[in-house]
Structure formats: structure tokens, C-alpha cells
Ligand binder design. Structure first.
Ligand code: NDP
Ligand code: MG
Length: 419
């Protein structure tokens, strides 16, 4: 599998200097947070809050939660706040009354927030809806901490090519990819033999196929180790999250599917490992707290003091590892299939999964049907000749749109079919 343009994070990257600060006179680093009201947004704002005068917040965004957005906007005295839902403009205006904070509503306002100059941007919108805003930051050559994996799975090659062209720096904020980013600094591309990302296994790690089929929303939302937004928590239970992450790793680091392995590691302490030609394996460890990888991105290329729990391995006692079970978690197998198939298959994988998760939350399908809907959508798109390699972001979004329509059409049949 060929990858056209890549940002390699090995030794060469450690020499990249810190970008000039926009508010250099004040000695402040200017930051923007897309998805500021979510789980990643919350952790990011927490770190910015702890940094005090070191940071100034340029812009923040949310989708519907005006109250939380306005509260953050006032606390951080941001220059611009954007709400994705266009119908919430008046509500946001009222919530910001008496301040000088600029505001806007709708997708264009989110894109404006991303496009405004800042030294560092956190991309933490959930889902492929984050693609266009992230690209607006890419096109201005920003330093981007990328949490929003779906935008890479939807349009990875295009995203990385545009980043390379614009001179943008993509810092992986997803814990496993951040671990790889840190471990990759130990060697060069030609010395790498494979990477391993770990998976907690989620709440259904030991469940049978029949039990997983019938799992309820409340059960799927009970992640054993991580506290995260609703969509990614369900993706973790189905292991679709790990599938998305295999694809994310492939695009971020220009790796073939054969160079990416997954290990189930229920303690979530080792996040990622890189194996080199001399058989050395370099790993990154830390408590399961997203403030660790986010702090690494926020401080990069330096280290900042982080508020997470220090790792006490003696207290944890043992770290265990298992091979993932593709038959109980078919969503993971499908991610490898999609990567190998190319031709927009990863875009379809992501879009169909977003439809399936929404349908599961809406009690239209059983938990076990999530992966079935993704597989059927991928097959149907191949059968109808609807698959083609997207050349632009608009092409990728067109494939995404078609895949969502196809998945919606297939939903009633999938809902009726038992496993
Ligand atoms: P949340 O659901 O907690 O937050 C999502 C954020 O994006 C919220 O601010 C939400 O606004 C906003 N948002 C949602 N939909 C849209 C939209 N259509 N347009 C604009 N803004 C939108 O998600 P997480 O923080 O858990 O995850 C964010 C991203 O980071 C995901 O891609 C996820 O896969 C990734 N990630 C998350 C991890 C975690 O620990 N949570 C770990 C690694 C990666 P509002 O609050 O108004 O709805
Ligand atoms: Mg992750």
C-alpha cells in the first residue's frame, strides 16, 4: 500500500523548533480548542487553566452546549466562541452579553474559529464533522493536536498531504498514537519493523458472542478504565475504536496494515510500542488519563508539568496482554479489511460506524448489529460500484455521505436479523 505524503515523527522531528508565538511580546502561547465542551476539550481546558498566564485562548467551539461554551468563553476571556448548531446563535449572543467576545454559529463559524491564527490547536470535535474545521487549521500551517481520529479515517491521505503541503505539524493526541510518537523518536523509519497499539478490551472483553449481541447501552457505556465521550465509549466496547485507531496509525505514520498489531492489555498502562530491527521494543507507559498525551502535545517539543497521577507499577503489580479475538469483535477485523481494500473503504467504515452507533443509541439496532451494519455497508458499496479513492476532501465527504445513505437503507434489514 503506497502512502503519498507523510509526516514522520522519528529522530528528524525532534529537531523541529517551537513555532514563533503569536503573542510573543506577552510570552504567551496562543491556543484554540475545537470541541472544548467535550471530554477531550475538558481535559485540554484543565491543562490550559493550570498553565495560567502561559496561555491565551483565541477560540473555542461546541456543537449544542451553549451554556458550557459561554462559561468557558467568559472564564478564559476568549476572542471568539463558535457554536455548531446554527439555531443557537441568539442563545449564544445572550449568554455572552456584556463581554467583548466575538461569536458565531453554524459550521462556517467552527471553520472560522479553526482558521483564526493560533500557535496550537486541539482538534477534538467528535466524528467526521471535525474534518473541515481541522483542514482549516491544516491549511494555515498550524500545530495541531489531533484527537479527532474519525477525520483521518475519513480522509487520511488527503489530510496528511495537505498538512505536508501547508507545513502543518500534526501531533497525535490519541493515547496510543501519542505513545507511538514518543517511542518512534528512538529510531528511523527504515529501522522500524512494526508498531503495537494496546486496547483495554472494553467492558465486553470476556463476554461471549451471544452476550455481546444483546449488550445494553448502559453496559456499553461502562468503560473499565477510561472516562470518555459517549461515541468513543461505545466504539471501545465494540473494539471499533481500535479499528479506527489501526487506520489512524496507518495514515499518521505511513504504515502498512502488516506493520500494525493490536494487543489487548486490560490495565491500560502501556499505550503503544515500537519494535525496531534489532528486536528492541520501545514502549510508552502512563496512567489511563488523557491529560498525559494532551500535555505532551501542549508542551511539545518541550515537556510541561502535568497533573495526572504518577505511575506506581509496584502498586499495579502485573501487566497482562492478550491477542484480540476477531470473531467476537469483528469490527477490528473489518478495519484491516478496509485498509487493505483502499478505494475509500476506510471512509465507508467510519461513516457506517457513525450511523450504527447512533442507531444503537436510538435503540434501533442491537449492539451486535453495529459491526454487521458496517460490513454490509462496505459490501453494498463495492457491489454497487460506489467505491473510489477520494482525491479531495470533498470527494471523501461525498463517499461519506453515500455510505451514510447506504447504511440508513440497510438498517431495517440489519435490525431484524439476529446474529
Ligand atoms: P465528546 O462527545 O465528549 O465531545 C465532542 C465535542 O465536539 C463537544 O465539544 C461537542 O459539542 C463537539 N461536537 C460534537 N459534534 C459536533 C459537530 N457536528 N460539529 C461541531 N462540534 C461538534 O467527545 P470526546 O471528547 O470523547 O472525543 C472527541 C474526539 O476525540 C473524538 O474523535 C474521539 O474519538 C477522540 N478521542 C477521545 C478520547 C477521549 O478520551 N475522550 C481519547 C482519544 C481520542 P457539544 O458539547 O455541544 O455537544
Ligand atoms: Mg485511543
Amino acid at each position: 500500500m503506497a502512502r503519498a505524503a507523510v509526516l514522520w515523527f522519528g529522530k528528524a522531528m525532534s529537531a523541529v523548533p517551537l513555532r514563533t508565538m503569536t503573542d510573543a511580546a506577552a510570552g504567551q502561547r496562543v491556543v484554540t480548542v475545537l470541541g472544548a465542551t467535550g471530554s477531550i476539550g475538558d481535559s485540554t481546558m484543565d491543562l490550559v487553566r493550570l498553565g495560567g498566564e502561559r496561555y491565551r485562548v483565541e477560540a473555542i467551539t461546541a456543537h449544542q452546549n451553549v451554556e458550557a461554551l459561554a462559561k468557558l468563553a467568559r472564564e478564559f476571556n476568549v476572542r471568539f466562541a463558535a457554536i455548531g448548531d446554527a439555531s443557537k446563535l441568539d442563545e449564544l449572543r445572550d449568554a455572552l452579553a456584556g463581554t467583548n467576545i466575538g461569536y458565531g454559529a453554524g459550521e462556517s463559524a467552527i471553520i472560522e474559529a479553526a482558521a483564526r491564527p493560533s500557535d496550537w490547536l486541539m482538534a477534538a470535535v467528535s466524528g467526521a464533522a471535525g474534518l473541515k474545521p481541522a483542514l482549516a487549521a491544516v491549511d494555515r500551517g498550524a500545530t495541531i493536536a489531533l484527537a479527532n481520529k474519525e477525520c483521518l479515517v475519513c480522509a487520511g491521505d488527503i489530510f496528511m498531504q495537505r498538512a505536508a503541503r501547508a507545513g502543518a505539524t500534526i501531533l497525535p493526541a490519541d493515547s496510543e498514537h501519542n505513545a507511538l510518537f514518543q517511542a518512534l523518536a528512538s529510531g528511523n523509519r527504515e529501522e522500524l519493523t512494526r508498531v503495537i497499539i494496546t486496547a483495554s478490551g472494553g467492558p465486553f472483553r470476556t463476554w461471549s458472542v451471544a452476550e455481546i449481541e444483546q449488550a445494553t447501552l448502559a453496559q456499553a457505556l461502562k468503560h473499565p478504565n477510561w472516562s470518555m465521550g459517549q461515541k468513543i465509549t461505545i466504539d471501545s466496547a465494540s473494539m471499533m475504536n481500535k479499528g479506527l485507531e489501526v487506520i489512524e496509525a496507518s495514515y499518521l505514520f505511513a504504515l502498512t496494515p502488516d506493520e500494525i498489531d493490536v494487543l489487548v492489555h486490560p490495565q491500560s498502562i502501556v499505550h503503544g510500542m515500537v519494535e525496531f530491527s534489532d528486536c528492541s521494543v520501545v514502549a510508552q507507559l502512563g496512567a489511563p488519563d488523557m491529560r498525559i498525551p494532551i500535555a505532551h502535545c501542549l508542551g511539545w517539543p518541550e515537556r510541561i508539568t502535568g497533573p495526572a497521577q504518577k505511575l506506581d507499577l509496584a502498586k499495579i503489580g502485573s501487566l497482562t496482554f492478550e491477542t484480540p479475538d476477531f470473531s467476537r469483535f469483528p469490527g477490528l477485523r473489518l478495519a484491516y479489511d478496509a485498509l487493505r481494500a483502499g478505494k475509500g473503504a476506510t471512509t465507508v467504515y467510519n461513516a457506517a460506524n457513525e450511523v450504527a452507533v447512533a442507531a444503537f443509541i436510538g435503540e434501533r439496532i442491537r449492539f451486535g448489529a453495529i459491526a454487521r451494519l458496517v460490513e454490509s455497508t462496505m459490501n453494498e458499496m463495492v457491489r454497487t460500484g460506489s467505491m473510489s479513492t477520494p482525491a479531495t476532501a470533498d470527494d471523501a465527504l461525498a463517499v461519506d455521505h453515500n455510505a451514510r445513505k447506504t447504511a440508513e437503507t440497510l438498517l431495517p434489514q440489519i435490525a431484524l436479523k439476529a446474529s
